[in-house]
Design a protein around this ligand. Structure first.
Ligand SMILES: C[S@@+](CC[C@H](N)C(=O)[O-])C[C@H]1O[C@@H](n2cnc3c(N)ncnc32)[C@H](O)[C@@H]1O
Length: 231
């Protein structure tokens, strides 16, 4: 495939296969990522496994057919993620327990609803022996932020995750619509994102450009230049 690269502010976005690209990247401070879980999300919602998307009995839309979610990335990709940064946060960690070592720290996204047709919460594996933590953020609120990717994470959730990563560049090798990148822009952190799908890559570029164009309350406004009295 044609590899492409876009530099937007402190973000470097790369269109390509993350295993190949990661092998060419320097080390980073942290990985925050959300790989395909291999659960055939589009088929799950449709209930037929035909991957055409649709909606469930509650009218919950699948937002398209994620073909890429039919298979998990293989072990080599996780090995590379674990080599490239001292701290890693991997959403869907419960689907990869055969690739990842046991850990004390799990981050939990509590979606604020119980016994819905989809999961009440999601789990992120973190390579740190510290206490597990929970973030409550209703899925309906996440939808209000605008949904452009079938498995898009809320920006607020990713901002919370960043507080568990050391200072420095954050890498998301499965960038999707660029939510981790948007969170990094809002927190003033350098970001590298990799995405294999050209359509999602364009969406991520657009969202990150917009995040720079619309600074909001999460971004610390630059301090007013201090005027020294002339006399
Ligand atoms: C679960 S989604 C990430 C969604 C993202 N967290 C968001 O909020 O938009 C996983 C993404 O990984 C991408 N992907 C799958 N295999 C890949 C690979 N080998 N290299 C890079 N990206 C890949 C898919 O196209 C998909 O957009």
């Amino acid at each position: 495939m044609n590899r492409r690269e876009e530099i937007i502010g402190a973000c470097r976005l790369i269109l390509g296969d993350c295993l190949t690209v990661m092998r060419q990247l320097p080390n980073v401070a942290g990985v925050l990522t959300d790989p395909p879980y291999g659960i055939d999300y589009g088929g799950l919602l449709k209930g037929k496994g035909d991957g055409k998307g649709g909606s469930d009995k509650n009218g919950w839309k699948s937002y398209g057919a994620p073909e890429w979610d039919k298979e998990r990335p293989d072990r080599r990709t996780f090995d590379e993620i674990r080599k490239i940064a001292p701290r890693q946060i991997i959403w869907g960690g419960n689907y990869f327990t055969d690739y990842l070592p046991p850990t004390m720290r799990w981050l939990v996204w509590d979606k604020g609803q119980r016994d819905f047709s989809l999961a009440d919460c999601e789990f992120a594996w973190v390579n740190e022996n510290r206490a597990a933590r929970i973030f409550t953020y209703p899925r309906a609120r996440a939808l209000q932020d605008g949904k452009v990717h079938p498995t898009q994470k809320p920006v607020e959730l990713m901002i919370w995750c960043l507080t568990f990563l050391p200072e420095g560049t954050v890498l998301d090798p499965f960038m999707g619509s660029g939510t981790t990148g948007v969170a990094c822009v809002k927190q003033g952190r350098p970001f590298i994102g990799i995405e294999i799908d050209p359509g999602y890559f364009e969406i991520a570029c657009e969202r990150i450009r917009k995040a720079y164009a619309q600074p909001d309350m999460f971004v610390e406004a630059p301090a007013e230049p201090k005027q020294e009295p002339l006399f």
